[in-house]
Design a protein around this ligand. Structure first.
Ligand code: C5P
Length: 423
C-alpha cells in the first residue's frame, strides 16, 4: 500500500458556487484546488450565474459545469446521483443565505440542494453575505441546524463588504480555503497511513546530504552529495506511516511534508545527533549521508593567510556513523548505502558485514545516468544473512520510486525477521 501525501489526483471536489459577490473569489479557488492536484467539478446555482458565468469555471476546472437538476443532456453525462457519489468533498463557497436555508429545510428543488441530500461526502459551507443577513436570527438558526446535521461551517471573516457595510460576512480568501481542504485530506490520509502503512508507527531516523568539515572560519571540505535520495526516502517513510527525523547536512532541498528535519554540518555533529535520536527512540536507522571520511585535525581559529607555495593540512579519520549506531546495545534496524565505481556488489556485501548492517542498497556511481545529482537511480539491495532473503535489483527509476521500493524492502525484512522468530 502506498500513500502519496503531496498529490491529490485521486480526490474529487465539488465546488458549489451560490449567489453572492464573493463568487468571483471562487474562480481563484478552483485554481488553487487544481494546484494541489484535486479533480474539481463546479456546480452553480441560478443565483451564482448572475455574478459569474459557467464558462469561466469550465475553463478553470477543465470540466463542464453543472447547473441543472433535470437537464436531459447533462444527466446523460453525469447525473445528479452519480455526481453526489463522485464527490469526496462538497465545498459550498460562497454559501448564500438562501442555500443555507434550503439545506436546513431539506428542500430538493435544484441541483445543489438535491446533491446535498444525495451525497455521503462531507459537506463544507463557507457563508458569505451582508453582515445584517449573517446576523439575522433565521440565518443563525439555519446555520445551527447545518452544524447539527454535520456540515462543517467555515466562519466568515470581518471587514468591509461590497455593499459598503462593515462587519462579519466576508468569505475567507481562496488560498485559505484551498489550504484547509488540503489539510483535511492530508490528515485523513495520515490517519490511514498510521494505521495501515508499511511502516505504521515506526520511528525512522535518516542521515542525508554531505557533511562539511571546517578548515578555518571561512573554508571547508565537503562533497557533491545533493541529499535527494535521503529526502525521497524520508518522504516515502512518512507516507508509509512512520515518524521520520531527517538529519540533513548542508543541502538546498525543501523538507518533505510531515518530516522533522534537524540540520547538521560536520560528521561529528551528525554522529552526536544520531546518538541523541537513538536515545529518544529509533526503530529504523537509514544512513544515506555522504559523510566526509576525514576532517581537519586542528581547525584554525582564524582565517588562514596566503603564504608560501604549499599549504599542508593534516586530516584525521571521522567516526563511521552507521557502524557506531550498529554497535549500540539497543540497535535499530540498520540500513546503509554504498556508492561504488567498480566491483559494486562485492564491496557492498563487504560493507554489510563490516558495518553490521541489516540491509545495504548499492549503486554504481560510474554510470552517468544515475546516482548523485541525477533524479534517477538504480540499486541492488542485499540483506544480512540472518534474513535469508534474496538480493533485490531495483531497476532504473525516479528516486521517489526507488525510495518506495526501499521502504517495501525494509518492511519485508522486518516482517521476515518476525516470522523467523515465531517459527
Ligand atoms: O564506507 P562508505 O562510506 O562507503 O559507507 C557508506 C555507508 O556508510 C553509507 O550508508 C554512509 O551513510 C555510511 N557512513 C557513515 N559514516 C561515515 C561514513 C559512511 O554513516 N563516516
Amino acid at each position: 500500500m502506498s500513500f502519496d501525501l503531496s498529490v491529490f489526483s485521486n480526490k474529487n471536489i465539488i465546488l458549489a458556487v451560490t449567489g453572492g459577490i464573493a463568487a468571483y473569489k471562487s474562480a481563484i479557488l478552483v485554481r488553487r484546488l487544481k494546484d494541489y492536484g484535486f479533480n474539481v467539478r463546479v456546480v452553480m446555482t441560478k443565483g451564482a450565474q448572475a455574478f459569474i458565468t459557467p464558462l469561466t469555471f469550465q475553463a478553470l476546472s477543465g470540466n463542464s459545469v453543472h447547473t441543472e437538476l433535470l437537464d436531459t443532456e447533462a444527466e446523460a453525462g453525469m447525473g445528479h446521483i452519480e455526481l453526489a457519489r463522485w464527490a469526496d468533498l462538497i465545498l459550498v463557497a460562497p454559501a448564500s443565505c438562501d442555500t443555507i436555508a434550503k439545506f436546513a429545510a431539506g428542500l430538493a428543488d435544484d441541483l445543489l440542494s438535491t446533491l446535498y441530500l444525495a451525497t455521503k461526502a462531507p459537506v463544507w459551507a463557507a457563508p458569505a453575505m451582508n453582515q445584517q443577513m449573517w446576523a439575522a436570527k433565521a440565518t443563525q438558526r439555519n446555520l445551527n441546524t447545518l452544524v447539527e446535521d454535520g456540515v462543517h461551517v467555515i466562519m466568515p471573516e470581518a471587514g468591509s463588504q461590497a455593499c459598503g457595510d462593515v462587519g462579519l460576512g466576508r468569505m475567507p480568501e481562496p488560498e485559505d480555503l484551498a489550504e484547509q481542504v488540503k489539510n483535511y485530506f492530508h490528515q485523513a490520509q495520515r490517519a490511514i497511513a498510521e494505521k495501515f502503512g508499511l511502516l505504521a508507527g515506526k520511528r525512522v531516523v535518516i542521515t542525508a546530504g554531505p557533511t562539511r568539515e571546517a578548515i578555518d572560519p571561512v573554508r571547508y571540505i565537503s562533497n557533491h552529495s545533493t541529499g535527494k535520495m535521503g529526502f525521497a526516502i524520508a518522504a516515502a517513510c512518512y507516507s508509509a506511516g512512520a515518524k521520520v527525523t531527517l538529519l540533513a547536512g548542508p543541502v538546498s532541498l525543501d523538507t518533505p511534508n510531515g518530516v522533522r528535519r534537524i540540520n547538521v554540518s560536520s560528521a561529528i555533529k551528525m554522529l552526536d545527533e544520531s546518538m541523541h535520536q537513538l536515545e529518544e527512540g529509533c526503530d529504523i536507522f537509514i544512513a544515506t549521508a555522504a559523510v566526509a571520511d576525514y576532517r581537519v585535525a586542528e581547525v584554525s581559529e582564524h582565517k588562514i593567510k596566503k603564504a608560501g607555495d604549499e599549504l599542508n593540512v593534516s586530516l584525521v579519520k571521522n567516526p563511521d556513523i552507521v557502524a557506531t549506531i550498529a554497535q549500540q546495545e539497543k540497535r535499530p534496524f540498520m540500513v546503509g548505502f554504498a556508492a561504488e565505481t567498480r566491483n559494486v556488489e562485492e564491496y557492498a556485501a563487504g560493507k554489510l558485514v563490516a558495518k553490521k548492517l541489516d540491509m545495504i542498497a548499492c549503486n554504481d556511481v560510474s554510470r552517468a545516468d544515475i546516482g548523485f545529482a541525477s533524479d534517477q537511480n538504480a540499486m541492488t539491495v542485499f540483506f544480512a544473512e540472518q534474513y535469508q532473503m534474496e538480493k533485490r535489483d531495483l531497476e532504473k527509476a525516479s528516486k521517489q520510486d526507488i525510495a518506495q521500493q526501499l521502504v517495501e524492502a525494509i518492511h519485508d525484512a522486518l516482517h521476515h525477521e518476525i516470522e523467523t522468530k515465531v517459527k
